[in-house]
Design a binder for this molecule. Structure first.
Ligand code: SER
Length: 410
């Protein structure tokens, strides 16, 4: 499947289950405690809290998300691993006081294994179990039972395929406050010899979370209380680039010998092609074993991934009206652009290269997020001006460094 087919097939599947397909909300969040929209559920917070009635009981979409700065912050990992991004699409389905754990988990399973054909024996589920005093709520026996039935029906051992996790891994919160609840994740073992079950939640690229089903049951308040919500809701998030990357890397689950990477998904290909054209270098699909000891090809590939990711982040954020600047979310954006320019220099890219990446980003994401196409010129102008000013600062710094170094040598 192509990336576009994965996205469409997700939406079609949930439409066939009675969900209304809604557009992604802006990356500029409506919640005051967020820097950027960081999850599909952000736009639905008032429905979860019962502040406004939901216009539909079930919805599904692909949501633009940025996780940089704030509670969910992946910036420093981006490029060095193959499965984190600052910008990504989250495919999600929601129930507003309608279906709950059973349907949510069964549909996740149906789409993954029956529609898309992910091998069931490579999948692991996690459920919430408090581990420390003060952890909210209780063991999620209901989710465990649903999974037990699912794995048994596949002829797989539930004791092996279901794991428990505490508040850190299995209780999802958007920020320190707001709607939240226990969650049940699906992880996929990508090892050549199917030994990855032990790597669930171990931070390994060989076994990654692909879907999170959150059961929104509480509102976390300023004073640290978890107040039960009037209605039970479902918020799920599936990593679009993760699933598309797995399909691409494994050639639709037929070959598990290569290092897995989201960046193998075709949605990144035109951006990589442009970087290659400008640098004369090629993306080698390596995965660094140790980020402190990178081979020349690994260094090259880290830079390719950083540039591709950051170009998507900058373009989409600016298209939504978030500009690089000196404070808060604007400063985070400025830092991301500067990080990209620094990595670009490692590829010996000429000044102005980053602005060139706006075109392939719009080409790949414009058909899904029309605002990107509409704001293309503005995005280009803002990126150009920010990039030029940072290039000047860098050059001045470099000249100053060389002047001092020459003096010390003399
Ligand atoms: N809110 C959850 C997450 O972001 C599921 O969508 O993982």
């Amino acid at each position: 499947m192509t990336s576009a087919e994965v996205r469409q097939s997700f939406l079609d599947f949930f439409q066939s289950k009675g969900h209304t397909i809604v557009p992604s909300s802006s990356l500029l969040p409506s919640s005051p405690n967020l820097l950027f929209t960081n999850a599909g559920m952000n736009q639905f917070v008032p429905y979860f809290l019962g502040e406004r009635p939901a216009p539909f009981n079930r919805a599904a979409d692909t949501q633009k998300c940025i996780r940089a700065g704030g509670k969910h912050n992946d910036l420093e990992d981006v490029g060095f691993d193959t499965y984190h991004h600052t910008f990504f699409e989250m495919l999600g389905n929601w129930s507003f006081g309608d279906y709950f754990k059973k349907e949510a988990l069964e549909w996740s399973w149906e789409l993954l294994t029956k529609v898309w054909g992910l091998p069931a024996d490579r999948l692991y589920a996690t459920v919430y179990k408090p581990v420390k005093q003060g952890d909210p709520s209780v063991f999620d026996e209901e989710a465990w039972k649903v999974w037990e039935k699912i794995f048994k029906a596949e002829g797989l051992d539930p004791q092996k395929h279901i794991k428990t996790g505490g508040k850190k891994d299995n209780f999802w919160m958007m920020g320190e406050t707001g709607p939240c609840g226990p969650c049940s994740e699906i992880h996929m073992d990508l090892t050549p010899d199917k030994t990855g079950g032990a790597l669930v939640n171990a931070g390994s690229p060989w076994c990654i979370e692909i879907w999170n089903d959150v059961f929104m049951q509480f509102n976390a308040t300023e004073d640290g209380q978890f107040v039960p919500l009037k209605k039970h809701n479902v918020d799920t998030g599936m990593g679009f680039e993760r699933v598309a990357g797995i399909m691409a890397t494994t050639e639709n689950f037929t070959n598990f010998t290569r290092p897995p990477s989201n960046y193998n998904a075709d949605v990144f290909a035109p951006i990589f092609a442009r970087i290659s054209e400008m640098s004369g270098k090629t993306y080698g699909r390596t995965m660094p074993a140790d980020r402190n000891k990178l081979s020349p090809q690994e260094k090259n590939d880290v830079a390719f991934r950083v540039l591709a990711d950051h170009a998507r982040t900058l373009s989409c954020a600016i298209a939504d009206g978030i500009l690089p600047g000196n404070e808060g979310r604007n400063y985070v954006l400025r830092r991301i652009l500067r990080r990209a320019v620094m990595f670009g220099r490692r590829l010996d890219l000429a000044p102005g290269f980053f602005t060139e990446l706006v075109t392939p980003v719009v080409q790949t994401l414009g058909p899904v997020f029309p605002e990107l196409k509409m704001q293309e010129e503005t995005v280009r102008k803002v990126v150009r001006s920010e990039e030029t000013s940072f290039d000047r600062t860098l050059d001045r710094g470099l000249q100053e460094f060389e002047r001092i170094a020459a003096k010390l040598e003399a």
